[in-house]
Design a protein around this ligand. Structure first.
Ligand code: AMP
Length: 249
């Protein structure tokens, strides 16, 4: 069984994003970039399934600038077998990403595609769902547990009121949530080995996908500064203050 794992290069989660002075977007010049954290979890899950003998090959794929090779190398160092870079300097929206992934899936025939639940740069949380719709396959989003059972995958999902379990016929789409696993650090020998693993280079045009933006960014602004909190001396004082604010305490 093949597993395809789409990984996105985003601003590192430890970096506080800066808005460009003209409000046209987020400044990524000289900013540390890394693999989207949910995609690390997706890679880890795919590699664990391979280590458990449930999968034969893990393929990492990224759509983005040539520097996206860095995140693909990280995926290879974590244990993916090969990588595909679909190179473009344009910002690619979730629908276009999903269309490209559909074309990659048609070529590679993976039984399982594990994405991150969302990319932390745009927080769209759309690509996995759109891909499932485009290729007409079942989806298990926000996964906190994934078990392969013959020609099915059982996914425990994190939903608002607890956990939900769904059983999907393969091929299927899964999106990884935070509690699915704790991704490994790539060891130095594995980083060295990853340099020899194959990486194909393609473009969106190779897959016949039009990546023209459908969305227009009107303005990007910093969120309002949070007001400082206030310490109260007792529960009574807290209740009085809440009442004064009109909260039904
Ligand atoms: P989003 O819908 O943008 O929040 O992204 C959800 C997931 O789709 C990410 O966690 C990735 O697994 C995948 N994804 C989104 N954009 C890309 C991209 N440019 N290249 C590869 N995978 C992507």
């Amino acid at each position: 069984m093949k597993i395809l794992v789409p990984v996105k290069r985003v601003i590192d989660y430890n970096v506080k994003p800066r808005v460009k002075p003209d409000g046209s977007g987020v400044d990524i010049a000289n900013v540390k970039m890394s693999m989207n954290p949910f995609d690390e979890i997706a890679v880890e899950e795919a590699v664990r399934l391979k280590e458990a003998g449930k999968a034969d090959e893990v393929i990492a794929v990224s759509i983005g600038a040539p520097k996206s090779k860095d995140v693909l190398r990280t995926a290879l160092a974590m244990g993916a077998d090969r990588a595909i870079l679909i190179q473009t300097e344009a910002e690619v929206e979730p629908l276009a990403v999903a269309k490209i992934l559909k074309a990659v899936a048609a070529e590679e025939n993976p039984q399982l595609i594990i994405l991150g639940k969302q990319a932390i740069d745009d927080d769209s949380n759309q690509t996995g769902q759109m891909l499932a719709a485009l290729i007409d396959r079942p989806q298990g989003t926000f996964a906190s547990k994934v078990e392969i059972d013959g020609d099915h995958v059982t996914v425990t999902r994190e939903v608002d009121d607890g956990l939900e379990t769904v059983k999907l016929a393969l091929p299927a789409i899964v999106t990884a949530d935070l509690r699915l696993n704790e991704p490994r650090y790539a060891s130095l020998p594995n980083i060295m080995k990853a340099k020899k693993k194959p990486m194909d280079e393609k473009t969106p045009e190779d897959y016949g996908v039009d990546i023209t933006a459908r969305l227009k960014t009107l303005k990007v602004a910093e969120p309002p500064v949070r007001q400082a909190g206030e310490k109260v001396g007792s529960v009574d004082e807290l209740v009085a203050k809440l009442k004064a604010l009109g909260v039904n305490a």
